[in-house]
Design a protein around this ligand. Structure first.
Ligand code: DOR
Ligand code: ZN
Length: 332
């Protein structure tokens, strides 16, 4: 059995810089036609000069692959002039509440104070992408943030808002209530719950933020993805950390899925009899929602077993060592 995917897109990706970037960029660019690049570097990508240099570094790492990086800025208080200058070079601006996740200490300390920038973004037609968590109890952080999405969706009706990496059934339900709300969902949140992270022996390679939630949440996310809900795009949130930062006390948050994402998705959609919806979920929805035109790329996946490598460089992928049913046959 085979499936051909046309120009798959990853609408939420971490690439880092330097040697790590050199290791991981080709692993995405091999099979994806484009990806939304997160700006949580140290220091963050919060000005055009840094954004252009980062884009150049990514393109150098991409080598011969046809691949378009869709750049994002890290949200701070920007002036209208700064936003106008950046508008054509970005797909959106990413808001991190201060300190909520990896490299977010320079994020937004006051959500109210951020609204002046959101109003400018609405006026200029610049998309807002959000890490939607508060500092509530860890399992409740996303649910606690949902009223903020509702407030902004109402207060800024022309602002396109992407709820990044949603993990709860309540977030899925919100999609149908506000025209200007969209979302991304990761690979791991379609497949795992908190039980897989911490229910048995602790698995640091499945630890990410937002943390994986309850079975009923996973089911709601899976149902939305499998039907290729028109307001949902695939965003892996593939977030590489070296093994020394994962297998230690004080494990960094992030699951590395870039090189296995399409193969695992194919298995997941096939198991549920929804392989016909995979193209819409990993490509068509994002093309339409974000209005992007990445290079054309055809990925052929086949139902031939593939054992996930133990490591890619210094990074351990999700499900390292596991045999999965689908593999990449060719990319053209
Ligand atoms: O698990 C995560 N890792 N969640 C994030 O929000 C950031 C990411 C990273 O940059 O490692
Ligand atoms: Zn992320």
């Amino acid at each position: 059995m085979e499936i051909k995917l046309s120009s798959p897109l990853d609408m939420h990706l971490h690439l880092r810089e330097g040697d790590m970037l050199k290791t991981v960029v080709p692993l995405t660019a091999d099979t994806f036609a484009g990806a939304v690049i997160m700006p949580n570097l140290v220091p963050p990508v919060d000005n055009l000069e840094r954004l252009r240099a980062y884009r150049a570094e990514i393109l150098e790492g991409v080598g011969g692959h046809a691949f378009e990086p869709f750049m994002t800025l890290f949200l701070k208080n920007y002036t209208e002039e700064q936003l106008l200058a950046a508008r054509e070079e970005i797909i959106g601006i990413k808001l991190y509440p201060a300190g909520i996740t990896t490299n977010s200490s320079g994020g937004v300390a006051s959500l109210e104070a951020a609204e002046q920038t959101l109003a400018l973004m609405e006026k200029l037609g610049i998309r807002l992408m959000v890490h939607g968590e508060t500092n509530a109890f860890v399992m409740d952080r996303e649910a606690d943030f949902l009223p903020v999405y509702e407030r902004w969706a109402q207060k800024f009706p022309k602002l396109q808002i992407v709820m990044e990496h949603i993990t709860t059934a309540s977030a899925v339900a919100l999609l149908d209530r506000y025209e200007n709300l969209h979302a991304t969902v990761t690979l791991q949140h379609l497949l795992i719950t908190l039980d897989d992270v911490a229910g048995g022996l602790l698995n640091p390679h499945l630890f990410c933020k937002p943390i994986a939630k309850r079975p009923e949440d996973r089911e709601a996310l899976a149902a939305a993805a499998l039907q290729a809900h028109p307001k949902l795009s695939f965003g892996s949130d593939s977030a590489p950390h070296p093994i020394s930062k994962k297998e230690c006390c004080g494990c960094a948050a992030g699951v590395f899925t870039a090189p296995i994402a399409l193969q695992v998705l194919a298995g997941f959609f096939e198991e549920h009899g929804k392989l016909d919806n995979l193209q819409t979920f990993v490509s068509d929805n994002a093309h339409r929602i974000y209005g992007v035109t990445p290079p054309t790329k055809t990925v052929t996946l086949e139902k031939t077993p593939f054992t996930i490598p133990a490591k890619y460089g210094e990074v351990v992928p999700m499900w390292a060592g596991r045999e999965i049913a689908w593999s990449v046959k060719s990319v053209a």
